[in-house]
Write a protein that binds this ligand. Sequence first.
Ligand code: ADP
Ligand code: MG
Length: 253
Amino acid sequence: MTDSTVTINEITKSYGTTTIIAPTSVTVEEGEFVCLLGPSGCGKSTILSMVAGLSFPSTGSVSAGDEVITGPGADRGMVFQNHALLPWMTARGNIEFGLKSARPEYSSSERRTIATQWLEKVNLSHAAERRPARLSGGMQQRVGLARAFAIDPSILLLDEPFGALDALTRRQLQLQLLQVWEASRRTVVMVTHDVEEAILLADRVLVMAPSPDSTVIADIRIDIPRPRMEDEQGEHAGRKAELRQQLLDLLQH
Ligand code: ADP
Ligand code: MG
């Protein structure tokens, strides 16, 4: 397997005369779960899309392992906030199509087997043959996750994947994501503007300042053992409250 470290090396991003992202450097280690936290419009999606190879820095570079990213690749899987499913394909069809594009080495029966396994893991076996219009928002988002996980990328990129969901569905999917991550230990970079989500999921939280001239202003390690459920009376409740306050203060900076 290729080295799945992500290195963001002194990148900037400008549109015309506006500098959205001022010089920023970040390293995400192999197998690490990192959240990029910041106010709306600060450039989180911009940075993630550079790691995905869908856009490029104005200066500086982004690398996966030793290789500078020059476009999308099967080593990196992306999940978008609006799930971006193909509306004319079923849940299964979307997962198989993702596999066909990213993993041309698989036969159609292999694609079918892998899609079946992932539909099961995200509890969607019963809805495999439905099109997106007949799936709830949470179910569509689960298809998006399954599609990304099925290609088995060594780096998983998640752009506010649960942002549009109700609280209960959101929590269920966060826990499902954690389960899958704990079993596979892929490198994850996840964008969120939700402090609670960052504390629940991340090994490290990178906090960004508001735009323009945004950059990473803090790198906070979430030093609470998992699982980190909602147990506010638990042994780590104090530390959790401290981290929450620290992150909120940084966001208001
Ligand atoms: P976030 O994901 O943190 O909410 P984005 O990365 O989507 O923020 O956007 C960062 C900033 O870049 C925003 O202020 C947005 O208006 C600006 N921006 C994004 N794309 C373009 C573009 N194509 N042209 C001009 N400005 C853009
Ligand atoms: Mg965004």
